[in-house]
Design a protein around this ligand. Structure first.
Ligand code: GLY
Length: 371
C-alpha cells in the first residue's frame, strides 16, 4: 500500500472594502462596472419581504438597466426565516432559474439576510461570490462585516454556517430612516457592546449623544457606523476564525443567544444581547473585574437606548440556564463567558484566551437575580 501526500498549502487574500455612506445603490453599480465581480453578469439578489419594496426592487431595476441578468429571490422577513429550510427553498428557486456557478449573489437587507445569504453563497455550486448591502443598524454594526454566516436551528441560533467573506460591504445609513424604532434600539445593543469591549471614549460618546443617535442625526449616525466598523474589523483582521481574540465579540452573547431562542424570537437579537450584557456585567462585578459604578453605567446606557435590562416574566429561567450549553464557546461541557475589565477592555482569562470558564451554579445565581 502507498501513501500520497496531497499538498494544498493555501495563501488566501480575502481583503474587501466596507463602504459607509448614504444611498449607495449607484456606488454599487459603479463598482460593478469597475469590475468588482469580474466577468460575472448574472446576479441573484436575495432579500426579505420588508426590504423588497423599500430598496431591493430599485437595485434590481438598476442592475437590469446596466445589462445584468438579475433575478430577485424573496423570503419572509424575520429571524424565524433564518433556517436551513428557507436556505434550501432559495437554492431550489435559484436552480430553477438556471443559476449555476456563473453568478454572484447580492444580499440586500439586515442581519438575517446577510447571515443567510453568506452561508448560501458559500455552498451554492460549492461557492459563489457575494456582496452585502446592509439596510439595518444591526447589520451595519455587526452582521454584515466579518464573514460569520449561519442559520439557526430549533436548538439554538447560528449553529450551522461558514466563515465566508463578502467581496464588498455597503453600509447605507440612509436606509436606517425606514427602520422601526425598535430595530434601531436593537442595533444599538451591538454598538454598546463594541464600546464596552474596546473603547471607553466611544462609550462616553454614546452616553452623551444618545438622543441625537435615536433621532438619526447624520453626524451621530456617521460616528457610530465608523466606530462599529473600526472596532469590529480590527478584531476580525487579527483572528478571522475565532481561534482566540474574536471571542471578545461574543460579549453579552452567551446569555443573549440563549434568551433569544428561549423567547422563541419574541426578543430581537439586540434586545437579547442587552439582557446578556447585564448578566455579563453582573458577573464581572461579582468577580471584581468591574466596580459597582461601572456596572451601573453600562446598565444605565442600555436603558438610555431603550433596551431591556431585565429578563421578561414569560422566560423560564431554568430553561434559559440549560440553553446556555448550546453556546459555541462551551468547551468540555463547561460554560464560558467573555468578561469586561472595567469599561472599554476585555479581561484575558489566560494568554490568548478571552472567555472564562464559569460554574453553572454561578451562572444560575446571576440569571436568577437579574430583576
Ligand atoms: N458577531 C460576532 C462576530 O462577528 O464575531
Amino acid at each position: 500500500m502507498s501513501t500520497f501526500c496531497v499538498e494544498l498549502k493555501k495563501v488566501v487574500d480575502d481583503t474587501y472594502d466596507v463602504e459607509i455612506g448614504y444611498g449607495l445603490q449607484d456606488r454599487l453599480l459603479e463598482d460593478l462596472a469597475d469590475g468588482l465581480m469580474g466577468k460575472l453578469r448574472k446576479c441573484a439578489l436575495i432579500t426579505d419581504s420588508t426590504v423588497q419594496k423599500l430598496y431591493a426592487e430599485t437595485i434590481l431595476e438598476k442592475l437590469k438597466a446596466a445589462g445584468y441578468k438579475a433575478e430577485m429571490f424573496v423570503f419572509p422577513a424575520g429571524e424565524k426565516s433564518k433556517t436551513r429550510e428557507v436556505k434550501a427553498q432559495l437554492e431550489d428557486a435559484m436552480l430553477a432559474k438556471e443559476f449555476r456557478r456563473d453568478c454572484f449573489i447580492l444580499a440586500v437587507g439586515g442581519g438575517v439576510v446577510t447571515d443567510l445569504v453568506g452561508f448560501l453563497a458559500g455552498t451554492y455550486g460549492r461557492g459563489v461570490p457575494f456582496i452585502n448591502y446592509a439596510t439595518t443598524l444591526l447589520a451595519a454594526a455587526d452582521a454584515s462585516v466579518g464573514g460569520k454566516t449561519a442559520v439557526d436551528t430549533p436548538l439554538a441560533t447560528n449553529l450551522i454556517g461558514l466563515f465566508n467573506q463578502p467581496r464588498k460591504v455597503y453600509l447605507d445609513i440612509e436606509t436606517w430612516k425606514t427602520l422601526p424604532e425598535r430595530q434601531i434600539r436593537s442595533g444599538l445593543a451591538e454598538t454598546i457592546k463594541h464600546a464596552c469591549l474596546a473603547d471607553r471614549e466611544f462609550f462616553d460618546y454614546l452616553d452623551r449623544h444618545m438622543e441625537e443617535i435615536l433621532a438619526l442625526e447624520p453626524a451621530a449616525c456617521d460616528h457610530i457606523a465608523e466606530a462599529n466598523c473600526r472596532i469590529k474589523y480590527e478584531v476580525v483582521m487579527k483572528d478571522e476564525r475565532e481561534s482566540g481574540l474574536r471571542e471578545v465579540l461574543n460579549l453579552g452573547h452567551t446569555v443573549g443567544r440563549a434568551i433569544e431562542t428561549v423567547s422563541d424570537y419574541q426578543l430581537l437579537h439586540g434586545e437579547a444581547v442587552s439582557i446578556g450584557l447585564v448578566a455579563e456585567v453582573d458577573l464581572a462585578l461579582s468577580m471584581g473585574l468591574m466596580t459597582q459604578a461601572e456596572r451601573d453605567s453600562v446598565v444605565a446606557l442600555l436603558k438610555k437606548a431603550g433596551l431591556p435590562v431585565e429578563i421578561p416574566e414569560y422566560i423560564d429561567r431554568e430553561a434559559l440556564v440549560k440553553k446556555l450549553y448550546t453556546d459555541k464557546k462551551v468547551r468540555d461541557g463547561r460554560l464560558r463567558f467573555v468578561l469586561q475589565d472595567g469599561i472599554g477592555n476585555i479581561r484575558e482569562y489566560e494568554p490568548g484566551v478571552y472567555a472564562f470558564p464559569i460554574e453553572e451554579a454561578v451562572a444560575r445565581e446571576i440569571i436568577l437575580n437579574i430583576s
